[in-house]
Design a binder for this molecule. Structure first.
Ligand code: NAD
Length: 352
């Protein structure tokens, strides 16, 4: 395993590896930048085949958090944690792994960084896990109870995604979303809420998910048309909103997507940067994911910075929408892709 030679290494300020044989903890925390403040980003629990994959993930995701936090106008740098899911089932019996013990161990490791990195809930984690970590360290945010708790960030993320879609539609199509069709991939915490907002604004929905329950609900509540997982890419729609997985904009899906606009919550939607250019050549306006989905970290940042209030979150969320508007205007004027413009803005804001 090499760090400096890893293709995703981007002059990260520090990369930490943690190991506890008693609890089976194997985790990485990467601090990409503290230029704007202490680093912050979620903690992910995921099954990785090899630790190199976990390292690549933490390097890539922490860099993304630097960009996201900078674009959201936060006094936070970028960091991320990944915990490698131990093999076997959960449980206190021999051979299993004890989830609480695992996150107690992780919480102690995190505390040793003395506030260089703040964590929050990410893929594979639950509010209970966050409470276990919080028992060991104060460098945790996005909690659902306690004095400064900001609660579930997903509704704020969904709000930002919805506003970004409305903005992109106005810029590209010169109209509102009423009567337009939107394909939403993934109806989880964020995607379902995005659907509710779009439905409320009069849009027609085409949706997919692996979870049949949410699909049934979306059909009943929003009159959404349900399609198979893979068919979402072929949907004949005005807008495509990826709210499930990363890297779904790739060589395979590119020829199939017919939408005029792509704006969704999923992180790292472009499989490689070059796809951004290819989307533009197809006449598709791609809204940079880390600008569109910054609502969640804005909500969490209020808790870290100690000034959480709905008004503060609203001000920051409006600010990131203004930034997105600047990016889209500059892209329209110069013919350069929105994702490249966003990257350059983010790099300038973190002094790179
Ligand atoms: P979630 O786990 O609640 O929802 C994800 C949904 O996608 C689930 O319903 C799942 O069943 C579905 N899904 C999984 N595989 C799928 C597939 N192949 N095709 C279609 N659907 C599939 O997650 P979330 O909190 O809603 O986040 C969604 C995305 O947005 C993630 O990529 C996350 O990293 C990103 N994001 C979330 C937030 C937030 O505040 N929650 C903030 C920023 C970015």
């Amino acid at each position: 395993m090499s760090i400096f030679e890893n293709a995703s290494f981007d002059n990260h300020e520090s990369v930490h590896a943690f190991f506890d044989p008693k609890t089976k903890l194997r985790a990485f925390i990467a601090v990409h930048s503290t230029y704007l403040g202490p680093s912050a980003g979620g903690c992910r629990l995921w099954s990785y085949d090899v630790s190199d994959d976990a390292l690549t993930d933490v390097l890539r995701l922490s860099r993304g958090m630097s960009y996201k936090n900078a674009m959201a106008g936060l006094n936070l740098g970028g960091g991320k944690a990944v915990v490698m899911r131990p093999e076997g089932p959960e449980g206190k019996e021999d051979g299993n792994f004890d989830r609480d013990a695992l996150f107690t161990s992780f919480g102690r490791a995190l505390d040793n960084l003395n506030g260089h990195y703040y964590t929050a809930e990410d893929v594979g984690m639950s509010p209970d896990d966050m409470r276990v970590i919080r028992a060991q360290t104060k460098y945790v945010a996005g909690l659902d109870e306690g004095e400064a708790a900001s609660g579930d960030p997903s509704p704020v993320t969904a709000d930002g995604v919805f506003r970004s879609i409305v903005l992109a539609v106005r810029k590209k199509m010169g109209c509102g979303v009423e009567g337009l069709s939107v394909a939403v991939q993934g109806l989880g915490h964020v995607g379902y809420d995005v659907c509710a907002r779009l439905h409320g604004a009069g849009a027609n929905l085409i949706v997919t998910d692996i979870n049949q329950y949410v699909l049934k609900k979306a059909r009943e509540q929003f009159g959404a048309k349900v399609v198979d997982l893979d068919a979402i890419y072929d949907a004949d729609v005005d807008i495509f909103s990826p709210c499930a997985l990363g890297a779904i904009l790739n060589q395979e899906t590119l020829p199939r997507i017919n939408a005029k606009i792509i704006a969704g919550a999923a992180n790292n939607q472009l499989s490689v940067p070059a796809i951004g250019q290819k989307l533009q050549e197809k006449g598709i306006l791609y809204c940079p994911d880390y600008v569109v989905n910054a609502g969640g970290i804005i909500n969490i940042a209020g808790e870290i910075e100690g000034n959480y209030s709905k008004a503060w979150v609203e001000e920051k969320l409006s600010g990131v929408q203004k930034t997105l508007e600047d990016i889209l205007d500059l892209s329209a004027r110069t013919g350069r892709t929105a994702d490249v413009i966003a990257d350059e803005m983010a790099q300038a804001r973190i002094g790179r």
